[in-house]
Design a protein around this ligand. Sequence first.
Ligand code: SF4
Length: 416
Amino acid sequence: MEFELYIHIPFCLKKCLYCDFLSTCGETPDVIDEYMEALCTEIKWQGKRYRGVVTSIYIGGGTPSIVPLGHIETMMRTILTSFRVRRDAEISMEVNPGTVTATSAVFYKNCGINRISIGLQSANDEELRLLGRIHNFDRFVETYTHLRRAGFDNINIDIMTGLPGQTPAKLAETLSKVLILKPEHISAYSLMIEPDTPFYEKYGEDAKRQEQGLPTKELPTEDEAYELMKRTQMTLKNFGFNQYEISNYAVLGRECRHNIGYWTRVPYIGIGLGAASLLHPEMEENILGRGSLEHRMTNTRHLYDYIDDALILADIDAKTFWMDVPIYDGNIDVIPEDAMAEYCYLGMRMTDGIRKNDFYRQFGERVDVIYKDALAKLTREGLLKEENGRIFLTDNGLDLSTYALSEFILESEDSM
Ligand code: SF4
């Protein structure tokens, strides 16, 4: 059995104004030490609990690059000794500009990390200030240079479109400054105005107007946001990037294997604060016996509870039933109908779409029978195509992906 690992390090130097990720700032060094000890305890415990081979590891956050290097080294050693990690596993870590030095870049490389994802968001300093980011573009270039000099040949840069006041010219500036650096991968996300963030207070009303296609005050209108997204897509494609997913572009062979695993429903174990896992029955045979359903487990989202609960794992048998495992906050049985819908709406985020044979192999059902109505409707609307056993969204379908992908959820609900 193969699976992926996600490791969550929730600490940041400062909370960005739009951020609703599970991240925290201002924690004392003692708390960070305790968290990293708890994290390693959970890694060891999960390593005993689940059998199989790890194909990729993603260390996300938060800002993992603000954690002292000794902790990263211990964590990496703990992962590599607790799990069977494939020799050629992709091992990614998220960093933020201004938090990597020449020394730490080399250190990460020597620890076995082979892919880096940098949160740039914009190359325009005014936009970075508006987002509440800690860096400016020069700091980003320093960070990028340290990583390249350390030998990282697989780097992702995150950028954002749809920022308040973002014009096509400002976006073009970001794109050209990023492209000059020749990264292997670019993730381009549209800004989302999430509840319970300072941005929601400031732009929440504007975001509603944008959604309804009405004139906006500071955010781009719906049409302008679409235009910014399309320009990004066109520019990146013109520069040889392959759009392999709605928001992700890569030079050939540098697609993020970890994320592809997620979109193709490869099981994963999430370790750390609030981390989620998707567990296949085979992985749990030694705990639950044969024939159980897939499970989605979630760790507690409370930092101090997580630290206390994960440290106790050292004294808990690795085969303990989930209800008696203190770190878990929830467990959902994934019924086959949900797994099938998820397979379609995650898989069709990728430009390659899904393969009918793979669907049949996984579920013993035919996708064109189960989703007969959704497939017919989306094909009729020109949003979906089938070619050589592959079903995928057309360019129009990718533009309207929220609507198109929701059809699979609706049809799945209708059939229940
Ligand atoms: S660096 Fe990332 S995780 Fe941290 S606050 Fe900013 S957006 Fe959130």
